[in-house]
Design a protein around this ligand. Structure first.
Ligand code: FAD
Length: 364
């Protein structure tokens, strides 16, 4: 099998990239591991989010804005191409605060970021009266919230489904349940060995394997600097409308269930749920929305985030193996539109490609 590109990893990052390359007329084969792999794309919180990303790193905030500002057009096109509804709602979103000093500190960091972005950061700070007016269900402990009007949420599994569907319609070869275990490079490009001894040949390779990049990256001259961070998420029964807009704490999906998120735990490659953490996530949510106290939980899960040492994405082309690129990030849902619509230009060295030098692996 010979393709222009082999994309290793078929999570939201790999599929978004494959989608963009296929739209540019390239042939793409995607090799995607097994269900026993860690798969953040199937365990995330579904926010399409700008707020708080890039504090102290304005280029990351700007890149996230660029991605989210393309989202409506991106998902509308996916719907037109596949008929799949991904339930994207760009209502604006909050971070709630129960401590006024913490709210003021966050507002100060947003003000600095706004200056760093030349004034383009349209956040607001809602005091207690304003947030109570917007979200009548908030409890007495909430002293205010930051609000960012371009934030929103999506059904992340439907996004994955729509991307896979769109890619197949564009002629994509999807090898699921297969892992890349070896690679060599010759005059004709890369030769990838799969775990069933099958060989896939491609002129170029994109490593988009999430946590799998730790092992795969060095095969292509990258440093494999990804590490896991566990997040646990809770889901309630379907409820009547309780919250109007999503936040980092709670979001009500269009079918009515409330998702409550999420922890940040450094526990290595352990993606099990734990009662103490789910209890503390629930307690935090009840502080914000007291009515959740009587809601029944129907499901909890844990998944591992794909983190770089500074939490920012890595976009790196290999100098050791020209033609190989590494893409990894911890906000693959929020960045999906940019990964589909802009990264192909970067991978193909087109003059209009975004400048991603800030996100090089060399920064570490
Ligand atoms: C709890 C939690 C909450 C989150 N919330 C949000 C959110 O609200 N908004 C947001 O934007 N992001 C969120 N994220 C992050 C987001 O889910 C990830 O950034 C994104 O899913 C990463 O996608 P990926 O494709 O890089 O990795 P993955 O989804 O992990 O996919 C990697 C794929 O590579 C495959 N693979 C690995 N090794 C090999 C190999 N050797 N050969 C072939 N295939 C291989 C695996 O099988 C897997 O399918 C959250 C993550 C978590 C865990």
């Amino acid at each position: 099998m010979q393709a222009d590109f082999a994309v290793i990893g078929g999570g939201v990052v790999g599929l978004s990239i494959a989608h963009g390359l296929l739209k540019q007329g390239k042939t793409v084969v995607c090799i995607d591991g097994t269900d026993s792999d860690f798969r953040a794309s199937r365990g995330n919180f579904g926010l399409v989010w700008i707020q708080s990303k890039g504090i102290g790193h304005a280029p990351y905030a700007a890149w996230t804005q660029k991605a989210v500002r393309r989202y409506r057009g991106f998902v509308d096109q996916l719907k037109a191409d596949t008929g799949i509804e991904v339930s994207y709602q760009q209502t604006g979103g909050y971070e709630y605060f129960v401590d006024d000093a913490a709210l003021q500190a966050r507002a100060a960091s947003f003000e600095q970021l706004k200056q760093d972005l030349g004034g383009d950061y349209p956040y607001e700070v809602f005091d207690r009266d304003r947030i109570k007016h917007e979200e009548p269900a908030v409890g007495p402990l909430v002293c205010g919230a930051t609000f960012y009007p371009e934030d929103g949420h999506i059904n992340p599994l439907q996004l994955l489904h729509a991307l896979a569907h769109a890619c197949v319609d564009l002629g994509f070869v999807h090898l699921t349940g297969r892992k890349v275990v070896g690679a060599t490079q010759g005059d004709a490009g890369f030769s990838l060995t799969l775990d069933n001894q099958q060989t896939v040949r491609a002129e170029r390779v994109v490593v988009a394997a999430g946590l799998g990049a730790k092992v795969l990256g060095p095969m292509f001259g990258f440093r494999g600097l990804v590490m896991p961070q566990r997040g646990q998420v809770l889901v309630t029964e379907k409820l009547p409308k309780l919250v109007n807009r999503p936040s980092l704490t709670v979001r009500q999906v269009n079918e009515g269930a409330i998702q409550i998120g999420d922890s940040k735990e450094d526990v290595g490659y352990d993606d099990s749920e734990t009662v103490p953490t789910t209890a503390s996530i629930a307690a935090r949510a009840i502080k914000v929305i007291p009515a959740l106290k009587s809601a029944r939980l129907v499901r909890t899960w844990a998944a591992l985030r794909v983190m770089s040492p500074d939490g920012l994405p890595i976009y790196q082309k290999s100098t050791q193996c020209p033609g190989a690129a590494l893409v990894t990030c911890h906000s693959g849902i929020s960045l999906a539109a940019a990964h589909s619509e802009l990264l192909s230009g970067w991978l193909l060295d087109q003059p209009t490609a975004p400048d991603l030098a800030y996100f090089s692996e060399d920064r570490f």
